[in-house]
Design a protein around this ligand. Structure first.
Ligand SMILES: *[C@@H]1O[C@H](CO)[C@@H](O)[C@H](O)[C@H]1NC(C)=O
Ligand SMILES: *[C@@H]1O[C@H](CO)[C@@H](O)[C@H](O)[C@H]1NC(C)=O
Ligand SMILES: *[C@@H]1O[C@H](CO)[C@@H](O)[C@H](O)[C@H]1NC(C)=O
Ligand SMILES: *[C@@H]1O[C@H](CO)[C@@H](O)[C@H](O)[C@H]1NC(C)=O
Ligand SMILES: *[C@@H]1O[C@H](CO)[C@@H](O)[C@H](O)[C@H]1NC(C)=O
Ligand SMILES: *[C@@H]1O[C@H](CO)[C@@H](O)[C@H](O)[C@H]1NC(C)=O
Ligand SMILES: *[C@@H]1O[C@H](CO)[C@@H](O)[C@H](O)[C@H]1NC(C)=O
Ligand SMILES: *[C@@H]1O[C@H](CO)[C@@H](O)[C@H](O)[C@H]1NC(C)=O
Ligand SMILES: *[C@@H]1O[C@H](CO)[C@@H](O)[C@H](O)[C@H]1NC(C)=O
Ligand SMILES: *[C@@H]1O[C@H](CO)[C@@H](O)[C@H](O)[C@H]1NC(C)=O
Ligand SMILES: *[C@@H]1O[C@H](CO)[C@@H](O)[C@H](O)[C@H]1NC(C)=O
Ligand SMILES: *[C@@H]1O[C@H](CO)[C@@H](O)[C@H](O)[C@H]1NC(C)=O
Length: 417
């Protein structure tokens, strides 16, 4: 009993640390035809009372979750709305009910039920109730005959709990047994902050995607302050790794593409404790880097990356942004250097590979890089020739000693004759 608790706690802790939420496929059927399908990962953050205080646990939707045919329904008899109810563990459930007005469908309510008597999931709960929470306006909607897609992690506050969906594909009122190929991409996944989910059939841009991969060419970029002196210097080869729905290929693809330096212009700003470098390639790719200086510790780091890509093959421009990064850490008065390839993960659908990178966002004097602090990977790579050299030297020494000993022996043998 104790052991299983410990294991449960361990798995949950591991899930919290590594975000091990699995994708689950859930289908509601009537006869042979599917009316609701959801492919998603979900995790629940649940706060409950113990006898002395409150506690919060993270519970992932396990891949053993199944659709409960008793409470789920396609809603075709008109007595209730289409409803998907997934059950897991003992007495836990996640429910999504749907409504439509003929041209759009939406999630009418989101319900979460959990069983506090399950002491391995809810240790020390002072209640054994089965708690049911509901959220009425969820804001998940899409045109009928399209699949709602949201790869970004999207949290929903449901009473004392938070339900976070990610890698989500969802459709109700399905015309076929499979998810419709046309996708409606949620706002978190797409560029414009004001536009509603756009169907994948509307093309909003015409410009071509940047040049395809290979090792990217190294570009030199700089920003000048009002005095006309450089305040930020950067030299790097940049490769974008973007996953998006391709209109021409009719599926989500992983695109690896390089920034071409002579087609890229740089702009930006230098402030006392933050500096921004904006690289723009042919108006279709805008890449923002934000560096932050901590003036107490005199350390700086790359704190934000922001990509706006409007490629012709995309249903809508893609905006990927993360402002809580901690990359390229160095010290004021030094530059940061990394010759080795480095991968900067930004969001699940976008990462940036850097090659032969050197940057200095603060404290640039005389328009030149200051002494560099090298990344760990470069230092490790410099160790390899040293280790190989040392090993070779050792080998030579052993051979030499063996030869000398052998020579002495045969010499001695010769003398006794
Ligand atoms: C915890 O207990 C307080 C006081 O009895 C109550 O108001 C609150 O709703 C309880 N919270 C939960 C999550 O049960
Ligand atoms: C559970 O604990 C809270 C305080 O944390 C208390 O207010 C509540 O009455 C307790 N509930 C039960 C059923 O003991
Ligand atoms: C959510 O929707 C289902 C299905 O229509 C319904 O049975 C349930 O009562 C609803 N729950 C809430 C809290 O509105
Ligand atoms: C809640 O969990 C307890 C213990 O695991 C179980 O006996 C009970 O049947 C569960 N309640 C429901 C509604 O499933
Ligand atoms: C459905 O709702 C949307 C948004 O509220 C509206 O634009 C559309 O005209 C409605 N369609 C019908 C058939 O009522
Ligand atoms: C959805 O697709 C079905 C079958 O392809 C079709 O009969 C129906 O008219 C479509 N509905 C809309 C609103 O496009
Ligand atoms: C411009 O140069 C002057 C003197 O060289 C310096 O004091 C001032 O801070 C500089 N201004 C900016 C915006 O860097
Ligand atoms: C691109 O990103 C995907 C998903 O994160 C990863 O599997 C793949 O290895 C990356 N490719 C390159 C060339 O970085
Ligand atoms: C897109 O692909 C699906 C299968 O994945 C296919 O059924 C559909 O016809 C394709 N649509 C277009 C416009 O090619
Ligand atoms: C960019 O550089 C490539 C090769 O270095 C060259 O072929 C091309 O003409 C250049 N384009 C522009 C716009 O300068
Ligand atoms: C600077 O770093 C110190 C120590 O790591 C930290 O306590 C402080 O909050 C940081 N200041 C800013 C503005 O981030
Ligand atoms: C990049 O940064 C600049 C200046 O901070 C800002 O005006 C611009 O909107 C940003 N671009 C993107 C794509 O975020």
């Amino acid at each position: 009993m104790k052991l299983s608790h410990a294991c449960g706690a361990l798995i949950i802790a591991w899930c919290v640390v590594l975000g091990c939420v699995q994708a689950v496929t859930l289908e509601v059927k009537e006869g042979d035809s599917t009316c609701i399908e959801a492919q998603l990962s979900a995790s629940f953050s649940i706060t409950y009372n113990t006898s002395s205080s409150t506690r919060t646990v993270q519970v992932p939707l396990p891949d053993s979750a199944t659709v409960d045919p008793g409470s789920s329904s396609c809603g075709t008899d008109g007595s209730s709305l289409p409803w998907l109810v997934a059950v897991f563990g003992s007495g836990n459930a996640l429910g999504l009910s749907f409504t439509t007005n003929g041209s759009l469908y939406s999630v009418a309510n989101l319900t979460l039920q959990y069983n506090l008597s399950d002491s391995s999931t809810f240790p020390e709960a002072n209640s054994s109730d089965v708690v049911t929470l509901a959220l009425a306006s969820v804001g998940i909607w899409a045109p009928i005959n399209t699949t709602y897609r949201c790869m970004s992690a999207t949290p929903f506050r449901v009473g004392e709990a938070t339900v976070t969906f990610s890698d989500m594909k969802l459709e109700a009122y399905m015309p076929e047994n499979d998810l419709s190929p046309t996708e409606s991409i949620c706002m978190a996944d797409q560029a414009s902050t004001a536009a509603p989910p756009t169907t994948a059939s509307t093309t909003t841009t015409v410009a071509p995607a940047p040049t395809p991969a290979g090792t990217p060419e190294r570009g030199s970029y700089s920003i000048k302050n009002r005095n006309g002196t450089d305040c930020l210097l950067a030299q790097m080869g940049l490769q974008l790794n973007v996953s998006y729905f391709s209109l021409s290929q009719n599926k989500t693809i992983q695109e690896i593409t390089n920034l071409t330096p002579n087609l890229t212009s740089s702009s930006g700003s230098c402030e006392a404790s933050s500096a921004t470098l904006v690289l723009t390639q042919e108006q279709t790719t805008v890449l923002n880097f934000t560096f932050t200086l901590n003036s107490t510790t005199n350390k700086y780091h790359l704190s934000g990356i922001n990509l706006l890509a409007s490629w012709s093959d995309m249903p809508a421009p893609l905006l990927a942004s993360n402002t809580s990064l901690n990359y390229l850490r160095s010290t004021l008065g030094r530059s940061y250097m990394c010759n080795a390839e480095q991968t900067l993960a930004v969001v699940p659908t976008f990462s940036l590979n850097t090659f032969k990178l050197q940057v200095q966002p603060f404290g640039v004097t005389t328009n030149q890089f200051a002494t560099a602090e090298e990344c760990q990977m470069d230092q490790d790579q410099m160790l390899i020739p040293i280790i190989v050299g040392a090993a070779l030297a050792g080998l030579v020494l052993i051979v030499l000693i063996a030869y000398l000993i052998g020579r002495k022996r045969s010499h001695a043998g010769y003398q006794t004759i």
